[in-house]
Write a protein that binds this ligand. Structure first.
Ligand code: AMP
Ligand code: MN
Ligand code: MN
Ligand code: MN
Length: 280
C-alpha cells in the first residue's frame, strides 16, 4: 500500500454545504492527524484563503481545491480540481457562472415546491439567509428545520431527487469544458466518487474514456465509506485508463459518522498517487 494515512483530498466547509468554517475544518483535520488536506467546496474557492492561514499556523499542507458540477449525457458529474490556481481568470469566471446557475436553480426548485403547496418561498428565504453557495443540502436542512421531514435523506427521497416535485434539471457545463478550466488553472482534474453515478458498466467506461481524452488526470479510488471491493474496481479502472488515484473522505459534517475527516485512506501500491510530484 502507498502510505497515505494523513492525506485527505476531498472536504467541504461552510463555503458550500459543510458545517465547519474553513478554519474550523483545518483545526479538526489537524486534531485527526491529517497532514495534507484539500478543501474542495462545491463550485467555490471562497474558503481557501482562510483555510490557508490556519493551515500555515498548524503545519498542515493545504491543497487548493474545488468540486465542480459538470454535465455528461444528462448526468451530474462531480470533478475535483486539485492544486488549482484560485485566481486564474477563466476559472474565476466559470465559478461565477456556476454560482449563478445554483442561485437560479434554487429559485426554480422553491417555486416548484410552492406550486405543490409546500412553503417554497419560506424555504428559499431560509436557504438564502445562510449565504454562500446554495446547494440542495441547504434546502434539505431547511426542510428539516421547518418540520416538513424528519431527516435530510427524507427530503431528497420525497422532494428533491430526480422525478420528485422539487427536482429541477441542472444546466451545468459539459464535462470537457470543466476539465479544461481545471487544467487551464494549473490543476489536476479528478473524477469524484465514481461509485455514486447511476451508470451501466459500458456507460462508465465511456465516461472514463471521455474524461481521460479531455485531460482528466485521476480517479477518486477511495471516497468516503466505500469498501474494499469498490477500491479494487476503481483501481483496475484507473490503471486501464492511465489515471492516477486519489483519496478523500468527502467530509461535510461530524454528524455524518461514516466519513470522518482523514478516515484511514490507503491507495493500493499498483496505482500512481495523484500527489506524486506535487508534495515535495
Ligand atoms: P447539489 O450539488 O445542490 O445537487 O447538492 C448535492 C449535495 O447534497 C451533495 O453534495 C451532498 O452533500 C448532499 N446530498 C445528496 N444526496 C443526499 C442525501 N440523500 N442525504 C443527505 N445529503 C445528500
Ligand atoms: Mn455536498
Ligand atoms: Mn460530490
Ligand atoms: Mn464532495
Amino acid at each position: 500500500m502507498n502510505a497515505s494515512p494523513n492525506i485527505d483530498l476531498h472536504t467541504h466547509s461552510t463555503c458550500s454545504d459543510g458545517t465547519l468554517t474553513p478554519s474550523e475544518l483545518i483545526v479538526h483535520a489537524a486534531a485527526a492527524g491529517v497532514r495534507v488536506l484539500a478543501l474542495t467546496d462545491h463550485d467555490s474557492t471562497d474558503g481557501l484563503e482562510n483555510a490557508a492561514s490556519t493551515a500555515a499556523a498548524l503545519g498542515i499542507r493545504l491543497v487548493p481545491g474545488v468540486e465542480l458540477s459538470a454535465a455528461w449525457r444528462s448526468q451530474d458529474i462531480h470533478v475535483l480540481g486539485l492544486w488549482i490556481d484560485p485566481v486564474d481568470p477563466a476559472l474565476r469566471s466559470l465559478l461565477k457562472c456556476q454560482a449563478q446557475l445554483r442561485r437560479e436553480r434554487m429559485i426554480g426548485i422553491c417555486r416548484r415546491l410552492q406550486i405543490a403547496r409546500l412553503p417554497g418561498d419560506a424555504l428559499l428565504a431560509a436557504v438564502q439567509a445562510k449565504g454562500g453557495i446554495p446547494t440542495r443540502s441547504h434546502l434539505a436542512d431547511a426542510m428539516v428545520d421547518a418540520g416538513l421531514v424528519a431527516r435530510k435523506d427524507e427530503a431528497f427521497r420525497k422532494y428533491l431527487a430526480q422525478g420528485k416535485v422539487g427536482h429541477v434539471r441542472n444546466d451545468w457545463p459539459a464535462l470537457a469544458q470543466t476539465i479544461g478550466a481545471i487544467v487551464g488553472a494549473g490543476g489536476v482534474a479528478v473524477l469524484a466518487h465514481p461509485g455514486r453515478y447511476r451508470l451501466s458498466g459500458g456507460a462508465r467506461r465511456r465516461l472514463l474514456e471521455e474524461f481521460t481524452q479531455a485531460g482528466g488526470g485521476a480517479l477518486e479510488v477511495m471516497s468516503g465509506a466505500n469498501g474494499a471491493q469498490h477500491v479494487e474496481t476503481c483501481t483496475a479502472l484507473a490503471i486501464k485508463y492511465g489515471l492516477a488515484g486519489s483519496v478523500g473522505s468527502d467530509f461535510h459534517s461530524h454528524e455524518v459518522a461514516w466519513n470522518p475527516l482523514g478516515r484511514s485512506l490507503k491507495l493500493p501500491d499498483c496505482i500512481t498517487p495523484v500527489w506524486r510530484g506535487q508534495l515535495l
